[in-house]
Ligand binder design. Structure first.
Ligand code: PLP
Ligand code: 3DJ
Length: 395
C-alpha cells in the first residue's frame, strides 16, 4: 500500500488542504454512489428501500466498517445522530453505572460541546453531580474513587496533545470509574485499539478523518460486557427491541442497537459507506508513520522560516495526534491570508493557527508548499490588511 492516495479524492487544483481534521474532502466514489442510491433506491423503491436496500441495517453495517478502524469487534459500534448526542448517551449510561458517585471528570482540552452536554445532563438529573475539569496533564492524578466517569477527548482539538488511552483506562478502572473516550480527532488519524484498552464507551464523528461529509453521523461503541445493563436515556423507537411492534412501553434492543435513537440518516450513511472505501488496504500503522513524518517536517520547517510563531502542540510526535498548532498574536488574520492563498487550515481562539495532516492525501510537497506561503504571509505582513481582520466567518 502506498500513501498518499490523492487520486481517491476531489482536491481542487492548487489548494493545499490542511483542514481534514475539521472536514475531510470528498472521496471520488461518493458522488456516483450517492446519486445512484437516490435514483435507484429512493427514486425507484421508495418506502420499500428500508427492506430491499437494507437502509435499516445501515447503522450496524457502517458501524462495523468504522469499528475496524478503531479496534472494535463486530457488533459493538452503531451510527447515528451527532457526536454531541452520542456523548450525552454515553455519559448518561456511565453515571447510571455508578449511582453512588457524583463526579464526572474531564479536562480543559476537551471540546466545549462535550462539557456542555455534561452540564446539561447534570442539570437534568438533578442529583448533585459535579463536572470536574482539570488541566490535561492533571487528569491521571485526578482519577480518584469519587469519580463516576472519566470523559476525555483523546486528541486535544486545539493542541493535538494526545492522552494514553490504555494507561488512563486502566487508572479509571483501578479507581472504579467508567471510561468514556471521544475519538473525534483520533478515528482515522491514529491507531486506536478499543478492545485492547477495555474502556466501556467510545464516541466519535465521521466528517473529519473519515471523510463522511458535512453533517455525517457520529458513532458510538459500548463494551459488550456492559451493554446489556444499560438503560438508554434517549429511548427512541429504533433502539427498541421490536420497533415495528409499536408497543407502548420501551424495551431496549439487545446489544449495541439499543444506542440507536430514531430514523437513520440514510443519505449521509450512504455517503459515509462509500467514503470508507478509501481505507481498503490501508494500515493505520502506516498512516501514523506518515503522519508523524509530515507533522515533524512541518514543525521543523516552520520553526526555521517563521520565527514569530510559537509551537503550541507537543514537539514529540508520539505525544500528538495528526495536527499541529502555532500561536500568533494575529492568528485570525494570518489564517485568513493563508486561506486567501489556498492554504486551508483554521483559526482557533484566541490565538492559534491549526493545521491537520492527513497522509491519505497530503504529502511532503504539500507541507513544504504550505510553509512557503506561511513564511511569505508573515515576512511580508500580508496578514496586516483590514480585509483579513473582519470576523465574518463561522469557523
Ligand atoms: C471532540 C469533539 N466533540 C464533539 C464535537 C461536536 O460534534 P457534533 O457537532 O457532531 O455534535 C466535536 C466537533 O465539532 C469535537 O471535535
Ligand atoms: N463539526 C463542525 C461543524 O459542523 C462546523 C464547523 C466546524 C466543525 C468542527 O468539527 C470543529 C471541530 N470539532 C474542531 O475541532 O474545531
Amino acid at each position: 500500500m502506498t500513501l498518499p492516495r490523492k487520486d481517491f479524492f476531489e482536491l481542487p487544483d492548487g489548494m493545499i488542504y490542511l483542514d481534514g481534521n475539521s472536514l475531510g474532502p470528498l472521496p471520488k466514489t461518493v458522488n456516483s454512489v450517492l446519486s445512484s442510491m437516490v435514483t435507484d433506491q429512493w427514486g425507484a423503491h421508495l418506502i420499500k428501500g428500508w427492506n430491499v436496500d437494507d437502509w435499516m441495517g445501515q447503522p450496524m453495517r457502517v458501524g462495523n466498517m468504522v469499528g475496524k478502524l478503531i479496534g472494535a469487534p463486530e457488533g459493538t459500534v452503531t451510527m447515528g445522530d451527532t457526536l454531541s448526542v452520542k456523548v450525552y448517551q454515553a455519559l448518561s449510561a456511565a453515571v447510571q453505572m455508578r449511582p453512588e458517585r457524583k463526579v464526572i471528570l474531564s479536562d480543559s482540552g476537551n471540546f466545549p460541546s462535550d462539557l456542555y452536554m455534561a452540564q446539561g445532563l447534570i442539570a437534568q438529573l438533578g442529583q448533585g453531580h459535579e463536572l470536574r475539569i482539570v488541566a490535561p496533564e492533571d487528569v491521571m492524578e485526578a482519577i480518584t474513587n469519587e469519580v463516576a466517569a472519566v470523559m476525555i477527548t483523546q486528541v486535544d482539538y486545539r493542541s493535538g496533545r494526545m492522552h494514553d488511552m490504555a494507561a488512563m483506562t486502566a487508572k479509571a478502572h483501578d479507581a472504579g470509574a467508567v471510561m468514556i473516550w471521544d475519538l473525534a480527532h483520533s478515528a482515522g488519524a491514529v491507531p486506536v485499539d478499543l478492545a485492547g484498552c477495555g474502556c466501556e464507551f467510545a464516541v466519535g464523528c465521521t466528517y473529519k478523518y473519515l471523510n463522511g461529509g458535512p453533517g455525517a453521523p457520529a458513532f458510538i461503541y459500548v463494551h459488550p460486557d456492559v451493554i446489556e445493563g444499560i438503560k438508554p436515556a434517549l429511548s427512541g423507537w429504533l433502539g427498541h427491541d421490536a420497533p415495528f411492534a409499536f408497543e407502548q412501553d420501551y424495551r431496549p434492543a439487545m446489544g449495541i442497537e439499543r444506542m440507536r435513537v430514531g430514523t437513520p440518516p440514510v443519505l449521509q450513511l450512504t455517503a459515509l459507506e462509500a467514503a470508507l472505501g478509501v481505507w481498503d488496504g490501508v494500515e493505520m500503522a502506516d498512516v501514523r508513520t506518515a503522519s508523524i513524518r509530515l507533522t515533524d517536517l512541518f514543525i521543523t520547517e516552520v520553526e526555521k522560516r517563521c520565527p514569530e510563531l510559537t509551537l503550541f502542540s507537543p514537539r514529540d510526535g508520539a505525544q500528538r495526534g495528526s495536527q499541529v498548532s502555532f500561536a500568533h498574536d494575529n492568528a485570525f488574520a494570518v489564517m485568513q491570508a493563508l486561506i486567501a492563498r489556498d492554504v486551508i487550515g483554521d483559526f482557533r481562539a484566541p490565538n492559534l493557527i491549526r493545521f491537520g495532516f492527513t497522509p491519505l492525501y497530503i504529502d511532503e510537497n504539500d507541507v513544504l508548499g504550505a510553509v512557503e506561503v506561511l513564511a511569505d504571509v508573515l515576512d511580508n505582513r500580508i496578514w496586516d490588511d483590514p480585509k483579513y481582520k473582519t470576523k465574518g466567518r463561522v469557523t
